[in-house]
Design a protein around this ligand. Structure first.
Ligand code: IMP
Ligand code: MG
Length: 177
């Protein structure tokens, strides 16, 4: 295990098993809908790529880059750093995200896509921290709940590091204190 990790929350095997279940649920609903998968960069990159290979139906993929986070503390303001190239008008969208914390990022993105004329927007997130929610937002497909700690690995970073860990872990407090 990486020295900066306090403990492993979910192992590679647990994540893979859960992705099998989640992708089954999504397939039931979307296999005849040709949805547009919108992956929120950079955190959702690894989760998205592993989920996509489990979705065996016609779909499109696009990415959007938003930021609301500086280090370990959310600033609250959401900015689009890199926008979609796709027209979302009339499309069914599945937003793929690494983690829902305050919920501000996904609420902002969901509202934005609806404003642009999407037919529907659902949310698939690898992790959910329900305790820290400050806006009214619910995920539709959630991998796991996470405690109110700083989580890294499987795409999640702290200041750009740890995204490549093959498990989801709790970062030692002394690293970001
Ligand atoms: P929200 O807008 O507060 O829901 O923040 C969501 C974004 O904050 C996520 O996409 C992550 O990039 C980041 N974030 C929130 N909690 C954590 C965490 O525990 N570890 C790493 N990134 C986090
Ligand atoms: Mg993110």
């Amino acid at each position: 295990m990486n020295n900066d990790i306090e403990s492993v929350l979910y192992s590679k095997e647990q994540i893979e098993e859960r992705m099998d279940e989640l992708s089954g649920e999504i397939t039931k609903k979307y296999e005849n809908e040709m949805p547009l998968i919108v992956s929120v960069m950079n955190g959702a990159m690894i989760f998205t790529s592993d989920m996509l290979r489990r979705l065996n139906f016609k779909l499109n993929l696009d990415i959007i880059k938003a930021s609301s986070y500086q280090g370990a503390h959310s600033t609250g303001e959401v900015k689009i750093i890199q926008d979609l190239r796709s027209d979302v008008k009339g499309r069914r969208i599945i937003l793929m995200e690494d983690i829902i914390d305050t919920g501000r990022t996904l609420k902002y993105l969901k509202d934005l896509l609806m404003k642009r004329g999407a037919k529907s927007v659902e949310i698939c997130a690898m992790l959910d921290k329900p305790e820290t929610r400050t806006v009214d937002l619910k995920g539709d497909y959630i991998g796991f709940n996470a405690p109110n700690e700083f989580i890294v690995g499987y795409g999640l970073d702290y200041d750009g590091l740890y995204r490549n860990l093959p498990y989801i872990g709790i970062l030692k407090k002394q690293i970001y204190a």
